[in-house]
Design a protein around this ligand. Sequence first.
Ligand code: SAH
Ligand code: SF4
Length: 382
Amino acid sequence: MTANLLDYDLEGLAAFCERLGEKRFRAVQLFRWIHQKGASSFDEMTDLAKSLREKLGVTSNVKALDVISQHISSDGTIKWLFDVGDSNAVETVFIPEEDRGTLCISSQAGCAVGCRFCSTGHQGFSRNLKAGEIISQLWFAEHFLRKHMGCDDRVITNVVMMGMGEPLQNYSELVPALRVMLDDHGYGLSRRRVTVSTSGVVPMMDRLGQDCPAALAVSLHAPNDALRDNLVPLNRKYPIAELMQACQRYLDYAPRDFITFEYCMLNGVNDQIEHAQQLIALVRQYSKGKVWCKFNLIPFNPFPASGLTRSSAGQIQIFSKLLSDAGIVTTIRKTRGEDIDAACGQLAGDVKDRTDVGERIARQRTVMLTPMKVFNKVVKET
Ligand code: SAH
Ligand code: SF4
């Protein structure tokens, strides 16, 4: 079977080179060609011996996911939909800001957790992505953007595992992908610039702390178990007290870090004054006099099947002020790319809903790929 070299972290690639009868250090060269230069054909790798390139040619490839469509928002946000086979698609979003470029990556096709406010959750679970399919999103976006922005430097400075799927329910594929992101011979991103977002898979939070302590975001969404059981069904397995203790243990592996709590603002459901008060009490219970977390309030991105609505801007402000006044660092997430539904499983959901998915994908492939002229203009202006 042909090996996809995108599936390997540097250690895995070194072991692969050894199996080919090559020295392990060849893996560094190969890894740099793939991830730093964006090479996908062995012919390009001119400083590798011809005999090695031939061996690689028969045993392996560098196979990225195919792009189904590309949407560019008026605010410069770009969303790609990737084909993962069997009529499934995952999405990746690039969010340019003045001082950084953030890529939001998917870890699964669909998701088994089934949160009430999440359109990916409503689609159900299709399958885990392979490490290569996870890293492929960064590989594609980074080299695509570099090429079309005419820039040799790094464009993506931050990665957030906040696309489709629960990354900690795909742990064995997530970790090699994270290692490629962090490796100096790969994307060289610092640990704090790679964020894993989880709905609270407690045992895997512990393993992540030991194996690869990236920045951690925890999707809290409710201050008490009764409400969280209802919004995030995984809470019935790992209730809030266990989750909070796992957060404390995580901070032992990543001292000086903070846990970011994500809190999706749902009108009349979790956005009342009493909810803010309960959150403040919860944070204090674990603070031991230190600041250990911050809050990121996310305006709910509505979709019809949820039956939920977004809290008003005023309510979000009141909620935010209550937390801030209690000494909790709180930010309100800016909604980006709303004109292209660049949030949380929306476009991929669109594809899944159609009966003749194959036809829709084919149509999108031809129609939606944005003319480069428009793309260049938008990207240069941001
Ligand atoms: N499964 C992981 C990561 C993917 S979801 C997790 O749940 O953390 C990334 C973030 O988007 C999570 O905080 C999630 O709760 C939030 N989210 C999901 N659906 C949303 C919606 N419709 N509006 C706003 N935020 C949403
Ligand atoms: Fe899955 Fe995260 Fe969506 Fe919940 S919010 S259903 S865990 S992707």
